[in-house]
Design a protein around this ligand. Structure first.
Ligand SMILES: *[C@@H]1O[C@H](CO)[C@@H](O)[C@H](O)[C@H]1NC(C)=O
Ligand SMILES: *[C@@H]1O[C@H](CO)[C@@H](O)[C@H](O)[C@H]1NC(C)=O
Length: 389
């Protein structure tokens, strides 16, 4: 009888011990996964401090024989992009690119206005409540800057209800173009209501189309300079991403200081080349750009250091416009002499069936794309007690 009790007692103790070991092991392997892919003591330690040489040719790899493509030619001669009379830059491009009329329509439109980058905030009729500035003492540690489009109400609401909901040290902002598109429904009244209700929409008065996404990056950086200069990190992310905020925050807090100061972190593409099939997405004509893309963090979601904002704006004034926002950011970082850091927890081309399984999400930092419905479901299950992995 007594012995039986002893056995039970021992069994219980052993179970507890096993559980402890298991918990420690899982949290440790989770931590290991969150380690940066690169090594800290790499022999080719890249610069930690941004610099911007007078002549960017060497930085941007324009050292060999100069290709005939327009971007390459322009970059070699460009001082600073014109800030006034920006339309002239596009008109000149259109006249100097011999096969400009064969370019896809949206690329043509992009080039015609690509040097125009100053757009006012969009004001709802009758005035709106502007987005509040950061106060000096509670600048966010991590700004969640979500690129959205006026019509993506469901995606925004899913983010607000889940990973974008106020976690300590974060602040959520959505970046949008004008709610008055071309040929679409008039979303002004809906967006006005949303803006007044949530106060988290930064809207600018430009056409919200894929080739205008770089404007959101640049206008945000300008806005931050005036309204939130002390933010530590900025997460640039799409509205259909799912972000594991606690894991991301923990990763950022444990970064070596030299990394943290000049951070450009995400899923990094190092040897991407322009796609050359006319008619397909991301097509780039040979007469526009020759060469490889710079190493860049995929636009699905990446993190940069807030203190780089003014540097990036300076770089952008000196880098010839490029139609894809994430590649363009890669060019700007390269111009500054900074390299992207790859992290294996960023999955920006996530197979949709995997989203159905919250277990695969554990240990990841950012996944894209995820539908609003899956975002809600993942959020509910990720930390639910019923989740057995
Ligand atoms: C930059 O340097 C390259 C040679 O490396 C030169 O051909 C080019 O003219 C220079 N550009 C400017 C704007 O000075
Ligand atoms: C970007 O927005 C500006 C301002 O609304 C517009 O003139 C331009 O055509 C847009 N770009 C594209 C590629 O549609």
């Amino acid at each position: 009888m007594r012995c039986r009790k002893c056995q039970l007692c021992l069994l219980a103790l052993l179970t507890l011990l096993g559980l402890k070991v298991y918990i420690e092991w899982t949290s440790e392997s989770w931590l290991n996964k969150a380690e940066p892919r690169g090594t800290l003591l790499s022999s080719t330690t890249p610069n930690a401090e941004p610099t911007l040489p007078i002549n960017l040719s060497a930085r941007l790899g324009q050292t060999g024989p100069l290709p005939f493509a327009y971007w390459n030619q322009q970059q070699r001669n460009l001082g600073v992009l014109p800030s006034t009379d920006c339309r002239t830059w596009g008109t000149v491009a259109a006249s100097e690119i011999l096969d400009f009329f064969l370019y896809p329509q949206d690329l043509q439109r992009f080039l015609l206005s690509a040097a125009c980058r100053n757009f006012p905030l969009w004001q709802p009729a009758g005035g709106g409540s502007p987005v509040a500035s950061c106060s000096e003492k509670d600048a966010p540690y991590l700004l969640l800057a979500v690129k959205s489009e006026p019509g993506h109400f469901a995606a925004r609401q899913a983010v607000r209800e889940t990973w974008g909901s106020a976690a300590a040290g974060t602040r959520l902002l959505f970046l949008l173009g004008s709610p008055l598109g071309i040929g679409g429904p008039d979303l002004r009244s809906l967006v006005t209501w949303e803006s007044q209700h949530y106060g988290d929409l930064l809207l600018w008065d430009f056409l919200d189309v894929p080739y205008n996404q770089t404007l959101k990056d640049l206008l945000l950086l300008t806005w931050l300079g005036h309204h939130c200069p002390n933010v530590n990190f900025i997460l640039q992310v799409q509205d259909d991403a799912f972000v594991h905020i606690p894991a991301l925050m923990e990763h950022l807090q444990t970064l070596p200081p030299t990394w943290a100061r000049s951070l450009y972190l995400g899923e990094v593409f190092t040897q991407a080349k322009p796609l050359r099939k006319p008619g397909e997405p991301f097509y780039v004509p040979k007469t526009f750009f020759e060469g490889d893309y710079p190493a860049y963090a995929s636009g699905g979601g990446y993190v940069i250091s807030g203190r780089l904002a003014p540097w990036l704006l300076q770089a952008a004034a000196r880098v010839v416009p490029f139609p894809f926002d994430d590649v363009y950011t890669g060019f700007c970082f390269r111009a500054l002499g900074l390299v992207p850091r790859a992290h294996p927890g960023f999955f920006t081309a996530w197979p949709e069936d995997l989203t159905k399984d919250p277990c695969t999400m554990r240990g990841l930092l950012l996944v894209h794309p995820v539908s609003p419905q899956d975002t809600i479901r993942l959020w509910k299950h990720l930390w639910g007690p019923e989740l057995q992995c």
